[in-house]
Ligand binder design. Structure first.
Ligand SMILES: *C/C=C(C)/C=C/C=C(C)/C=C/C1=C(C)CCCC1(C)C
Length: 261
């Protein structure tokens, strides 16, 4: 009964995603992608990567043990939400040649906290952890995004926005390296958790560093460079949303002690 229910649910979810994809794609088709629009091509590739990753994570959640299911589902939510925003960002870029700042930041505002929840979830899957960890990194990420948005939208000076954004990010790094989250992980004594947590930390350090680079090349090197900005942000999203999810998934599989279908 449960099996049947899950299968039906999955089928419905895919049908919804596919229908949404087709309808949004059709709306965006008034102006077509130009052969030499490489930024547009990157928007296109990444939107499809997000769709594939979403289908993959939602299917795979059935193959991991219950305490890991939530983490793998959250990975699917992150790429799914990004997929929908990419459909819009792609249309803005292809049709107007403008940077889709507002859709980009709405996406980040939802997906960044969801990714940070993952840190908490993978810890909580293995041991009891205080929820304060989660709230502190959430506040850090909001400061980071509000600073970046205000700078990109021109509400404040681009350099000031950058500095506020960097401060938020550095605070998150402090929490996951030296704060309670890092300590909690070190105490767990669970090998695959330590591996996953360290890998996630590398993503937040090295993978996330691609974003401020995009900001620097986009806004701080004289004038606004929309091409560099969007290509770098697109690449960063591809690495940070899909690779991030795959790390969680592989940790979940390794910890599930269930043969893989
Ligand atoms: C899925 C989306 C993710 C993981 C987005 C992450 C975004 C950042 C890490 C952005 C960082 C920024 C700075 C560190 C300073 C300049 C402004 C930002 C917002 C680009």
């Amino acid at each position: 009964m449960r099996e049947f229910f899950m299968k039906t649910l999955k089928t419905l979810a895919f049908a919804a995603i596919a229908l949404f994809g087709v309808s949004t794609g059709a709306n965006a088709a008034e102006v077509f992608l130009a052969t030499d629009d490489f930024v547009g091509i990157s928007f296109w590739l990444i939107s499809m990567g997000m769709l594939a990753a979403t289908a993959f994570f939602f299917m795979e959640q059935a193959n991991v043990s219950t305490q890991w299911r939530k983490s793998v589902n959250v990975a699917g939510l992150v790429t799914g939400i990004a997929f929908i925003h990419y459909m819009y960002m792609r249309a803005v870029w292809v049709e107007t040649g403008e940077t889709p700042t507002v859709y980009r930041y709405i996406d980040w505002l939802i997906t960044v906290p969801l990714q940070l929840v993952e840190f908490y979830l993978i810890l909580a899957a293995v041991r009891k952890v205080p929820t304060g960890i989660f709230w502190r990194i959430l506040i850090g990420s909001i400061v980071m995004l509000v600073g970046g948005y205000a700078g990109e939208a021109g509400f404040i000076n681009a350099m000031l926005g950058f500095i506020i954004g960097m401060a938020g990010w550095i605070y998150i790094l402090y929490e996951i390296f030296s704060g309670e989250a890092g300590k909690s992980m070190a105490k767990s004594g669970n090998k695959s958790l330590v591996t996953a947590f360290s890998a996630l930390r590398m993503i937040v350090t090295v993978g996330w560093a691609i974003y401020p680079l995009g900001y620097v090349f986009g806004y701080l090197t004289g004038g606004i460079d929309d091409n560099s900005l969007n290509v770098i942000y697109n690449l960063a999203d591809f690495v940070n949303k899909i690779a991030f999810g795959l790390i969680i998934w592989s940790c979940a599989v390794a910890n599930s002690g269930k043969s893989r279908a």
